[in-house]
Design a protein around this ligand. Structure first.
Ligand SMILES: NC(=O)c1ccc[n+]([C@@H]2O[C@H](COP(=O)([O-])OP(=O)(O)OC[C@H]3O[C@@H](n4cnc5c(N)ncnc54)[C@H](OP(=O)(O)O)[C@@H]3O)[C@@H](O)[C@H]2O)c1
Length: 298
């Protein structure tokens, strides 16, 4: 089924991703996390990305604790993304002896309810299947997701890391549109440009949410020819490398919406401002692609 319109579901030019919150001294406290939620809202970014597995639910719990620091208007503006489906061996997941995925109805319902309780919200705006489950019984999964919508627990249904065929199969089975596909896409991980996924998302009017838009920080850890080019363009634009990498993503038709993972308030501000201000022309864009791939386009 084709979507009724991406902008109805996720009208934003960026999302803030909470995955790394407990790995930073400042964002790991309710006050620090609330400060990042507030900064994000101040920048016009209402959408926050979570998952049941981020530190075994502790990041969602932190979000719930941080809500008390926000005023009613801020709390109302927050739009929540969360995900379920990934299981791995960890003290927080008793009984799991081998990493696997789940998409059965009972599991989906239980995970959504648990996330809502931890987050302190009555509603998850966009709920994603985190990874494709090779054992998915597609009709059962589709009905489970539809029921979450009709019961008001979630607003929209999405997927993450699905192939084109896996997306299609679920989209065909589901009475609601697949409103988003969250995938890794960045200057460093640019395979989706050729995979057909972007075209599929556009056809379904599904948002493409780009996880690790800065390669999870890898962009800054290694010195590559790409870095010199990004630095040169950044100097020309009076900006920084991260913003140029994000402006490159934003240039891809779709649109592609980055899920920013920084826990630094200064970087969050810089990245949003730079991403919005810098306009790359087609030659900049292809020069960056060639530098990233280490090969000329044919
Ligand atoms: N669906 C999925 O399978 C999946 C997988 C992975 C992630 N995600 C989602 O995507 C979100 C973003 O992923 P990500 O955190 O990997 O995104 P990212 O924005 O690519 O990377 C963030 C990392 O880069 C560092 N960084 C950012 N700017 C920097 C700079 N100028 N210099 C040096 N380091 C810099 C950050 O450190 P500081 O905090 O110090 O700035 C942080 O460690 C996650 O929070 C999560 O919500 C989803």
């Amino acid at each position: 089924m084709l979507s009724g319109g991406m902008t109805e579901c996720i009208a934003t030019d960026a999302v803030w991703g909470a995955w790394r919150a407990l790995h930073n001294q400042e964002s790991r406290t309710p006050q620090g996390f609330a400060a990042r939620l507030a900064a994000s809202l101040d920048l016009g970014i209402d959408w926050i990305d979570h998952a049941d597995i981020y530190d075994n639910g502790a990041v969602e719990t932190l979000h719930g604790e941080a809500l008390a620091q926000l005023n009613g208007q801020q709390r109302q503006r927050l739009r929540i993304i969360s995900k379920c489906g990934v299981r791995f061996e960890s003290p927080g997941q008793p009984g799991v002896r081998v990493a696997h995925y789940r998409s059965d109805a009972g599991f989906i319902r239980a995970q959504a309810e648990a996330s809502l309780k931890r987050l302190g919200h009555e509603h998850i705006d966009l709920y994603l299947l985190h990874r494709p489950d090779y054992l998915m019984q597609v009709e059962e999964t589709a009905r489970a997701l539809e029921t979450l919508v009709s019961d008001g627990l979630i607003g929209s249904i999405g997927v993450s890391n699905f192939s084109i065929h896996q997306f299609d199969e679920l989209a065909r089975a589901c009475r609601h549109p697949i409103a988003a596909q969250q995938i890794e896409i960045s200057v460093l991980a640019n395979q989706a440009l050729d995979s057909g996924m972007l075209e599929q998302a556009r056809r379904h009017r599904a948002a493409i949410l780009a996880w690790s838009p800065l390669g999870g920080g890898a962009l800054f850890r290694e010195d590559r020819p790409l870095n010199a080019l990004l630095a040169r363009i950044a100097e020309r634009e009076q900006s920084d490398m991260a913003s140029i990498a994000l402006a490159w993503l934003k240039r891809i038709p779709g649109p592609v919406i980055p899920v920013l993972g920084t826990m630094s308030l200064t970087r969050l501000q810089q990245q949003i401002e730079g991403m919005r201000r810098v306009q790359l022309d087609a030659q900049d864009w292809y020069e960056i692609l060639e530098a990233a791939r280490g090969a000329r386009v044919p």
